[in-house]
Design a protein around this ligand. Structure first.
Ligand code: FMN
Length: 263
């Protein structure tokens, strides 16, 4: 069992702003769906606190993945904040504007064999996207050249195969073709939106009056959620890849006390 205790809560902050469903956050839709039974404190189950379980599972998955290759690595990092490759500049711009800001996170996985991924719904891309979109604030996922591929010619986008291992000269595919890993580096990026709870004054619906009015979100909020995402992204991806590697029989099983375990 993995157990997380959180004694550092300030639920009262959320009572104070209850009259204003935060634009960009799930307050309004949660109320519509759960009819007032939703837990609004801390954002309830829409809070990124729920990703702690994912990170715990991911840390085990990473250990499992070391069994498929000694050189296995998975690394996610913030590559842009507010459109700036210099993340310090992008962040400072948001601090100066007293506003929240979005960012881009890139994840690179090395040491994956060719052949991971199942037909159709369970392709590497489908499975990863399924889990990655569960991370709050993720609004886009692209593999390899991603959306830029739509502006390219085929001859430029195709990755020439250089050897019998399937190594390619370029990696526009991002390591996946036909939903199956091709043995090259797996590369994907996530667009993370600006934190909904910006300190900046906004004009939006007041639930009590039924009218729009100015308000500002109070409480403890991340100015740039992207900065906190890499550890979650790595963990989320690791759970998927470990699963696919198990399906491929790449992670050996051990039997302890008559129970079968993957190692
Ligand atoms: C690590 C992390 C921390 C977050 N912290 C905040 C926060 O402090 N304030 C906030 O409004 N949203 C925060 N979010 C994003 C919201 O949880 C998310 O925007 C909200 O649940 C609505 O879901 P959606 O953006 O996926 O549509 C955070 C997300 C992540 C991944």
């Amino acid at each position: 069992m993995v157990y997380f205790e959180n004694n550092n809560t300030r639920s009262g902050d959320y009572d104070k702003q209850r009259s204003h469903p935060r634009p960009g956050h799930a307050d309004f839709v949660a109320h519509q769906k759960y009819g007032g039974n939703e837990d609004y404190r801390g954002g309830g189950h829409f809070s990124a606190r729920l990703t702690t379980g994912l990170v715990a599972a991911g840390s085990i998955a990473k250990k499992l993945l070391n069994h498929i290759n000694n050189n296995f690595t998975i690394e996610a990092r913030v590559i842009e904040i507010g459109g700036e490759a210099d993340t310090e500049i992008g962040l400072q711009r948001a601090i100066d504007a007293k506003d929240s800001v979005g960012g881009l996170v890139e994840c690179r996985v090395n040491g994956l064999p060719a052949g991971l991924g199942e037909p159709f719904f369970d392709s590497v891309e489908s499975q990863l996207a399924h889990v990655l979109f569960a991370i709050p604030a993720v609004k886009g996922v692209e593999f390899g050249s991603g959306f830029a591929a739509a502006r390219m010619f085929g001859s430029a986008h195709n990755d020439a195969i250089e050897d019998l291992e399937g190594r390619t000269r370029t990696n526009h595919a991002g390591g996946v073709v036909g939903g199956i890993s091709n043995g090259n580096e797996l590369v994907f990026r996530l667009a993370i939106k600006p934190t909904a709870s910006t300190p900046k004054q906004q004009n939006s619906l007041n639930w009590e009056t039924g009218k729009t009015e100015d308000f500002a979100v109070r409480g403890r909020h991340d100015l740039c959620v992207a900065l906190r995402a890499p550890v979650i992204v790595e963990a989320a991806a690791a759970t998927v890849l470990a699963d696919l590697a198990m399906l491929e029989g790449l992670i050996p099983r051990v039997v302890v006390n008559n129970k079968k375990y993957q190692v």
